[in-house]
Write a protein that binds this ligand. Structure first.
Ligand SMILES: Cc1cc2nc3c(=O)[nH]c(=O)nc-3n(C[C@H](O)[C@H](O)[C@H](O)COP(=O)(O)OP(=O)(O)OC[C@H]3O[C@@H](n4cnc5c(N)ncnc54)[C@H](O)[C@@H]3O)c2cc1C
Length: 490
């Protein structure tokens, strides 16, 4: 049986931010994630916006944490070597009465501490966004909003936490928790873990984890959001993150470049029953394209390379994050209801949870060897000819292009496999290197990536999966199935 001081449940952006923050201190931390990779649920399927902080009410925890989180991003992105661009955001108004909403948002932002919000019109608006619809009459401009790749951030946080001593256990699902007098016994599908503290960062499942220790105070309702992602050719249609005026349940359909240069539109907002229903639907996607056309009237589906959906973990009653030490169960911390702007808040949530643990009596001594930096992965496509030639001379695996759409080399895939969090699925390689993210969506490179994983990790091809057990890409060796057919015919 494993033992630890603190067990974090959930390897999304929240759990990994907390893990990284805790890895600064001299405590034993284990993070368990039920899937085969970190960032396998909501943290891989969202808009990737680091919000400026004008949307959430100042009296809400999410309002406060958004502003702090946004401030921390330059440093976090630099330390973790994750691309981050402060491109700014616009909330656009088409009707005169919507300008009132822009003014209310500006006021809310100022109460949250933002001093650089501006309502822009006329030439200034044209200058910022020359391609948007001409019937847009004004916008709230927030220069500090940014874009980031949400799964790259999550992976980087996990890698850095692991480098600093956190044990990250993948494919480890928490099934039950027994509260003992001075510890908790956590039953997983891989065995038991004895822990002092439990941090529940299980996303849409946070209510289920809380119920395991008898906490029935909140319910997480999944609210699905669907997206279209366009080819990089479309990435320069807009310069900023462009929102429409928000509704009660969502910030409306946005149009934004991604940090990798694609164009992203979405999400809609639909309350659903199942916590794992990330299917896209024709109704949802119609809502997305119709909504985006209010910002860019000429936008068509030409250039779409994929569609996807993510689930907001909404705690409907409070509409806020629930980040607190339970009053019912000692040393049990819920980090629940982390819907938007959870990505923007992640580093601030990490700080906040460490503060809560200290209040709960955990003694935190700085670690002598904490290293905040994560080694930057090589991005071959971004190198000059000279740099490429030098790299290939050192290691000829960088001369083998595996994914032609995104120019990803064998060297990058091998590096991704052997980083502190082992990448062993096609999805994990895709999120780390972009192999399979281009126009053909893995049609050409997937078999070659599978071969490399099989060779490097010494596992048979039939065990290579897209996203973990149950998502195998081959049933059996082709010869075997051909033989079976022959036998059948006989
Ligand atoms: C459509 C949409 C758009 C969004 N856009 C933005 C945005 O632009 N900006 C922004 O700031 N925020 C945005 N958000 C919010 C943001 O994505 C979330 O707040 C954030 O990703 C939540 O991360 P998390 O770690 O709490 O949850 P998750 O990423 O869901 O992580 C929870 C993890 O817990 C694991 N888990 C669950 N149960 C168990 C168990 N029993 N045992 C072990 N592991 C378990 C899951 O597998 C999962 O990996 C958006 C959300 C959605 C859905």
């Amino acid at each position: 049986m494993q033992e630890t001081d603190i067990l974090i449940i959930g390897g999304g952006v929240t759990g990994t931010a907390i893990a990284r923050e805790l890895s600064r201190y001299d405590v034993d931390v284990i993070l368990v994630e039920k899937e085969a990779d970190v960032a396998s649920e909501t943290s891989k399927a969202n808009s990737g916006i680091i919000h400026a902080g004008y949307n959430a009410d100042p009296e809400k925890l999410k309002g406060r944490l958004n502003v702090r989180g946004n401030e921390l991003f330059d440093q976090v992105a630099k330390e973790l070597n994750v691309p981050f661009k402060r491109i700014g955001s616009l909330v656009v108004a088409e009707k005169k009465e919507e300008i009132k909403i822009l003014k209310e948002l500006k006021k809310k932002g100022e109460e949250n501490g933002l001093s650089n919000l501006e309502i822009v019109q006329g030439e200034r608006l044209d200058e910022l966004e020359p391609n948007i619809n001409q019937d847009i009459i004004a916008a709230l401009y927030a220069p500090t909003a940014g874009i980031i790749c949400p799964y790259e951030l999550t992976i980087a946080q996990a890698e850095n936490a692991a480098k600093n001593g956190v044990e990250v256990l993948l494919e480890t699902e928490v099934l039950d928790i027994k509260v003992k007098t001075d510890y908790k016994l956590v039953k997983t599908n891989q065995g038991k873990i004895k822990t002092g503290y439990v941090i529940n960062a299980a996303g849409v499942y946070a209510d289920k984890i809380a119920q395991m220790v008898g906490i029935d105070e909140f319910e997480i309702t999944p609210r699905r959001g669907e997206y279209y992602l366009f080819d990089k050719e479309k990435g320069s249609e807009v310069n900023h993150v462009i929102f429409q005026v928000p509704t009660k349940v969502s910030k409306g359909i946005l149009v934004t470049p991604t940090v990798d240069g694609n164009l992203l539109i979405g999400p809609n907002a639909e309350v659903i029953d199942k916590k794992d229903d990330v299917a896209t639907t024709s109704n949802g996607l119609n809502e997305v394209i119709n909504g985006a056309q209010k910002t860019l009237s000429d936008l068509s589906l030409r250039g779409v390379i994929t569609e996807f959906a993510g689930l907001r973990a909404a705690e409907v009653e409070s509409g806020d994050f629930i980040i607190e030490a339970s009053k019912q169960v000692e040393d049990f911390i819920n980090v629940a209801g982390i819907q938007s702007p959870g990505l923007s808040c992640a580093p601030a949530i990490g700080e906040f949870v460490v503060g809560l643990l200290e209040k709960e009596g955990l003694e935190l001594k700085d670690k002598k060897y904490f290293d905040p930096y994560r080694q930057e992965p090589i991005r071959f496509r971004e190198l000059t000819h000279q740099e490429r030639a030098e790299l290939i001379a050192e290691d000829d695996r960088y001369g083998q292009v595996i994914c032609r759409c995104e120019t990803v080399t064998e060297g990058e895939i091998v590096d991704a496999i052997h980083r502190p969090i082992t990448a062993k699925t096609l999805g994990a390689i895709k999120r780390r290197t972009r192999a399979g993210m281009g126009r053909c969506q893995g049609g050409f490179c997937s078999p070659r990536v599978a071969e490399i994983i099989s060779r490097e990790l010494e596992i048979p091809m039939t065990e290579i999966t897209k996203e973990g057990s149950g998502f195998e890409i081959l049933c059996e060796p082709a010869k075997q199935s051909l033989q079976a057919e022959v036998v059948d015919y006989e």
